[in-house]
Write a protein that binds this ligand. Structure first.
Ligand code: KG4
Ligand code: ZN
Length: 343
């Protein structure tokens, strides 16, 4: 059975993992940098890149030790090659190139988004292609038709902020620490999701896309008014995001005959979002799949798994694979009106 070493450093998590082609996770390790970035309220690219240099080699050593394997027993090295913060991306990619070169193993350069997109198949062996994917992370909010390994068609994207970015910005307004998603989910537990009237941008629209900037501004006004409890703002904000994601996904499902709905990416760790989308899939007669929360947020098991899928399909890369700050999953997707870097 093939064994793949996966490496990840595209944002603020350093991670290494060993995964087999038959879905066994032999070892995995993730070290986040939350504390290093907390004083700045967001990820500082240069601090992140320097931290990856210090952390990643230890993690590679650790997973190999834990699995009692040497690099020579690995079949291929899969490293995230983008998209992400370029200084960080280069750390795992160069580590992967070095290991592949030294051990004479193939390199698989992984698109981080493909790692998220294929992650449900690591734990759900019955999930076949095609499926409709809601990919929600710190930098992306997209609906994609996943037709096969390396074959993605983007149906919708955000015209302004990503879903995770909206959580992070709302959290900052509420005086919560970065990353905002888990902090808002926790605070929302004590609040009333109907208490604060907030907009649901693009809900009901025939356009397929997402928008969250107006919601953020409304949170800003709700905080400034002093009329609401923080718990209520958090719960109402989370409910508004749930409604936006649900409505946009329902529209995509109505135009798709994909038998399954899948949600992945860091924001998919959110329980309110998970259960709303599970309900939607049930109503629409589709199979539903969502990875466990630890596999939704950044990790290297999903990178190793995407590597296993690409390796099995004969999709390995040359050692000069470039690091890419931007790397759309669907290169044919048209630029969306008003969309900035997240298109
Ligand atoms: O996939 P990910 O770990 O990194 C990127 O590739 O961006 O996603 C990180 C994002 C952050 O914006 C974080 O606030 C959000 O996922 N997130 C959550 C939750 N856990 C992480 N958002 C809502 N609820 C959560 N429980
Ligand atoms: Zn991610």
């Amino acid at each position: 059975m093939t064994i793949i070493l996966g490496l990840e450093s595209s944002c603020d998590d350093s991670a290494a993992a060993l995964v087999t082609g038959d879905r066994r996770i032999l070892a995995q390790a993730v070290v986040g940098q939350t504390q290093a970035h907390q004083p700045y309220g967001g990820v500082v690219p240069e601090i992140a890149a320097r931290a990856h240099v210090e952390i990643l080699p230890d993690l590679i050593r650790k997973v190999l030790d834990e699995a009692k394997l040497s690099i020579h027993e690995v079949d291929a090295v899969a490293a995230t090659a983008g998209p992400g913060l370029i200084g960080g991306v280069m750390v795992a990619l160069l580590a992967g190139q070095g290991l592949a070169l030294a051990a004479g193993k193939p390199l698989v350069a992984i698109n981080h988004l493909e790692g998220h997109a294929l992650s449900p198949r690591l734990v759900d062996s019955d999930l076949g292609f095609p499926y409709l994917l809601l990919l929600v992370s710190g930098g992306h909010c997209q609906l994609l038709e996943v037709r096969g390994v390396g074959d993605y068609r983007r149906l919708a994207t955000t015209i302004d902020d990503a879903a995770g970015e909206a959580f992070d910005k709302a959290a900052k307004l509420l005086g919560l620490d970065y990353p905002g998603g888990p902090a808002i989910e926790e605070l929302a537990k004590g609040g009333d999701p109907q208490a604060v009237p907030l907009p649901r941008p693009l809900v009901g629209s025939n356009e397929p896309h997402f928008s969250f900037a107006g919601l953020k501004s409304a949170v800003q006004r709700a905080v400034a008014s002093g009329d609401h409890k923080r718990e209520d703002i958090a719960a109402s904000f989370q409910q508004a995001v749930v409604d936006c994601l649900g409505d946009r996904t329902a529209l995509a499902l109505s135009n798709s005959d994909a038998p399954a709905l899948v949600v992945a990416g860091g924001v998919a760790a959110n329980n309110a979002i998970r259960s709303a989308l599970a309900d939607l899939a049930r109503q629409q007669g589709r199979r539903f799949s969502v990875p466990p929360a630890w596999l939704c947020t950044d990790n290297a098991a999903m990178i190793a798994w995407a590597g296993a899928e690409r390796f099995a399909a004969g999709l390995c890369d040359e050692l000069d694979a470039p690091a890419r700050a931007r790397w759309p999953l669907d290169p044919e997707a048209e630029k969306v009106r008003g969309a900035g870097v997240k298109a």
